[in-house]
Ligand binder design. Structure first.
Ligand code: MSP
Length: 530
């Protein structure tokens, strides 16, 4: 086993009570795209997602249904698990905050913080938002309402445990300033630094068990449970406690949970003497009209309905292509269909069909050997090589929409190239030798496009590669880690196939049998203009 730490990527752990919607699907697919990208380029990956299961809302919902909170969670967690399978999410682990491995680490951390003098107990009066389960200062509250959800806050007096977060403020500001990669994008980094211009308070990390019993007990005081955000953040470490994966390479979050991840989490880690995650990347919101898609607004779009209609790859493609990581985007089914019809059906799918058909008719169904090159051939090869670099750089810069666009440009260039070379004419005058280079070159461009798009459209990319004869074994292309019974990684099923999966121009072996298939992405006819 190699000692190099893998690329460790996480999603937020989702509230188990909420029905998964497009917003949740987006973060998880984004993490999946980065995980697959790293795996394809030969890196080891550890990809974690999971569910956040404690707190008032879960306690109340379970009570209403006459279930224990755990029974309620056991049932609801399956919606997330099933959705991730359906969306081809290749997570290596799934953590639930009700698992003993997690509860154990939360308790350990609290004991350690206590031992380090980072925790004190105090009587506290504060303005409390019951639905969000958090205290606010008078300055935060807007006209008596929670600044987060807009619902009324109540005055609450209780004794609680506090984490000396304020102690770490100076350190945190300095850390953020000296580590430009720590919080991304820049706008969010500035937002956090702006927030830290005001004095940072201490963090209330407990809730009286009398009010809220559904939580992880404070290990040194059974009258209290752990504040749900402290509980939840620890998942990123508790899931990998027995490994060397911590610190994480990348925490992906939505901008709604910036403060918890960029202020609470780093100060907690610092207080514990643990290393910082490399990067916390906050993306924007999928909007419906002007407002964030969310359960409380009641405007959520359900991913499964869209996947049933348009297929998982088109759904993933749309989410990755139409949102610039960091910015908001408006969700529109119409735009999804447009992307599907133009990029996937017209550009990509048609190109594949054309090339397959021509190789069948003019080259006995096998990728020919190159016979001489002209300017157009060399230009497409150049475009192919440039695309690999551009797509790779865009993925590493966490700009998947650019990687996709660069690859689609290659596909469009291939379609234009075929028009120019017109193998259907060249064959008539020059026979098989006259079309050999054009057929190999366009098949190679498609193979490369399939490799570059694989993180985004894994199933269709696998199909393309198999039709282009380079990936016999679907396992090669579905990097849900292929493990043997002992949990060890299995070698690739087919060495040749691995070579031809290379993200470099020129890897398609001449003589490869091309196996034509049906339309890769059938067009969706739209009846309405809505
Ligand atoms: N349980 C906390 C996170 C704890 S992490 C230690 C939580 N859960 S959540 O179920 O509300 O999911 C929040 C995440 O879902 C957001 O941070 C974001 O990643 C994603 N999204 C939820 N709605 C979204 C949109 N409308 N648009 C994009 N992503 C959004 O907060």
């Amino acid at each position: 086993m190699s000692s190099a730490r893998p690329f460790y990527v996480t999603t937020p752990i989702y509230y188990v009570n909420d029905e998964p919607h497009v917003g949740h699907a987006y973060t998880t697919i984004l993490a999946d795209v980065f995980a697959r990208h790293h795996r394809i380029h030969g890196g080891a990956v550890h990809f974690l997602t999971g569910t956040d299961e404690h707190g008032q809302k879960v306690q109340e919902a379970a009570q209403k249904r006459g279930l224990t909170p755990l029974q309620h969670c056991d049932e609801l967690v399956e919606r997330f698990r099933a959705l991730w399978v359906r969306l081809q999410v290749s997570n290596d682990d799934f953590i639930r905050t009700t698992e003993p491995r997690h509860e154990k680490v939360v308790a350990e951390f609290l004991i350690e913080l206590q031992a380090r003098g980072e925790i004190y107990r105090e009587r506290y009066e504060g303005l409390y938002c019951t639905p969000d389960e958090r205290f606010w200062t008078a300055k935060d509250v807007v006209d008596g309402n929670c600044p987060l959800c807009g619902r009324p806050v109540v005055t609450l007096t209780e004794e609680n445990y506090f984490f000396r977060m304020s102690r770490h403020q100076e350190w945190l500001v300095d850390y953020i300033k000296t580590h430009p990669e720590f919080i991304q994008p820049k706008t969010r980094r500035n937002e956090v630094l702006g927030f830290l211009e005001k004095p940072l308070g201490d963090l209330c990390i407990s809730r009286p068990a009398a009010r809220l019993h559904w939580g992880i007990p404070i290990p040194f005081d059974s009258e209290y449970v752990t504040y749900v955000w402290v509980d939840a953040l620890v998942n990123y470490v508790s899931a990998v406690r027995e490994t060397e994966f911590w610190p994480a390479s990348l925490h992906l979050i939505g901008k709604d949970i910036l403060t918890t991840h960029c202020v609470y989490w780093p100060t907690l880690l610092h207080a514990l003497g643990l290393p910082m995650p490399e990067t916390i990347l906050a993306h924007g919101w999928w909007l419906q009209g002007e407002s964030k898609m969310s359960k409380s607004v009641g405007n959520v779009v359900k991913p499964l309905a869209l996947v049933d209609l348009y297929g998982v790859d088109a759904f993933r493609y749309y989410l990755m292509r139409d949102m610039v990581v960091g910015q908001d985007a408006e969700f529109s089914e119409k735009h999804l269909v447009q992307r599907l019809n133009s990029d996937l059906a017209n550009d990509l799918g048609n190109c594949l069909n054309r090339v397959e058909r021509m190789i069948g008719t003019y080259a006995e169904g096998r990728a020919p050997e190159v016979r001489g090159e002209d300017d157009a051939d060399r230009e497409l090869a150049q475009t192919g090589k440039r695309t690999v670099v551009a797509a790779q750089e865009a993925m590493l810069a966490r700009r998947p929409h650019e990687a996709i666009e660069a690859t689609l440009q290659l596909v469009r260039a291939t379609n234009r190239y075929l028009e120019l070379k017109a193998p259907w004419k060249a064959f008539k005058t020059d026979g098989p030798t006259g079309v050999a280079t054009a057929l190999w070159t366009s098949a190679e461009a498609l193979r490369l496009a399939a490799v570059l798009l694989a993180p985004v459209i894994p199933a269709k990319s696998g199909e393309m590669l198999s039709r282009l004869g380079v990936a016999d074994s679907p396992e090669v292309w579905f990097p849900r880690p292929i493990v043997d019974d002992e949990g060890g990684a299995l070698p690739p099923a087919n060495e040749t196939a691995q070579g031809a999966l290379a993200a470099t121009w020129g890897a398609l072996p001449p003589g490869t049998e091309i196996r034509p298939g049906a339309a890769l992405f059938p067009r969706v006819e739209t009846t309405t203009e809505s």
